[in-house]
Design a protein around this ligand. Structure first.
Ligand code: GLP
Length: 236
């Protein structure tokens, strides 16, 4: 694991965006997994800025990491809307290459299988960009998630629902989500994990100190050969 200590969340975004742009330059037609949350917003802003003067996503395929069960893709609190707002609506990209799990699919198991198949048909994930939950979740793989999981439905923990409540003013945070599995994420050629803010301090400490164990999902990354972790000072 490579650790990079950034000054603040803006700096995390700048460094992450530089790494992503470098990756896109050297990997034609790459497949990316995309995170949501507050931390990656600065990265998306920097990427959008860079895309005004250079080619970025023209040949890239994108898969969102996760989605709430019960939210249609056009719901303002859905992760699909988040990624559209932060990136897709602001850059030149072939929308048919942008994928998200369908949280309102009538058969969720079939939807998970479809999404996993789509990822594998695209050749698997090349670069997975991840955030970090305060409880160590990556994507929405909550503590206890099998390291052998592919795309699946998860029950969200109370702490995760509370942490994401600010995106649901006036509404309840869904109790379930569809997430890319840990095995799917670990299949990536390269992984970038971003964490910011003092609320992530304990999770970062655990990531440094704990051996791989399913009670702390991000610890699975220790088994991967190419992981870069970027934290700000408050988290790291
Ligand atoms: C949500 C997402 C995660 C993300 C986490 C952290 O729970 N599903 O993928 O890692 O938020 O987000 P933040 O950066 O806002 O703390």
């Amino acid at each position: 694991m490579r650790w990079i200590l950034a000054n603040d969340v803006e700096d995390v975004g700048r460094i992450a965006s530089d790494i992503v742009l470098d990756y896109l330059k050297s990997h034609y037609e790459s497949v990316l997994a995309l995170p949501t949350g507050r931390t990656p917003e600065a990265m998306y802003n920097k990427l959008v800025e860079a895309c005004q003067t250079q080619q970025c996503f023209e040949h890239t395929t994108l898969f969102n990491l996760d989605e709430y069960v019960g939210l249609p893709t056009d719901h303002p609190s859905s992760f699909a809307s988040y990624v559209r707002r932060c990136l897709l609506d602001r850059v030149k990209i072939d929308k048919s290459r942008c994928h998200a799990p369908n949280g309102v699919a009538p058969n969720l198991a079939a939807e998970c299988a479809r999404y996993e198949r789509a990822i594998q048909l695209a050749g698997g994930i090349d670069l997975a960009i991840l955030g970090l939950g305060t409880n160590g979740h990556i994507g929405f793989n909550e503590p206890g998630s099998s390291f052998n999981s592919t795309t699946h439905v998860v029950n969200l923990s109370e702490s995760t629902r509370t942490a994401n409540a600010e995106y649901f003013t006036g509404g309840e945070v869904p109790k379930q989500a569809i997430t890319m599995g840990i095995e799917t994420i670990m299949g990536a050629d390269r992984i970038l994990l971003l964490a910011s803010g003092s609320k992530k301090k304990d999770a970062i400490r655990r990531l440094r100190n704990e051996p791989p164990n399913i009670d702390f999902p991000a610890s699975a990354l220790k088994n991967h050969r190419d992981v870069t972790i970027i934290t700000d000072r408050a988290a790291g």
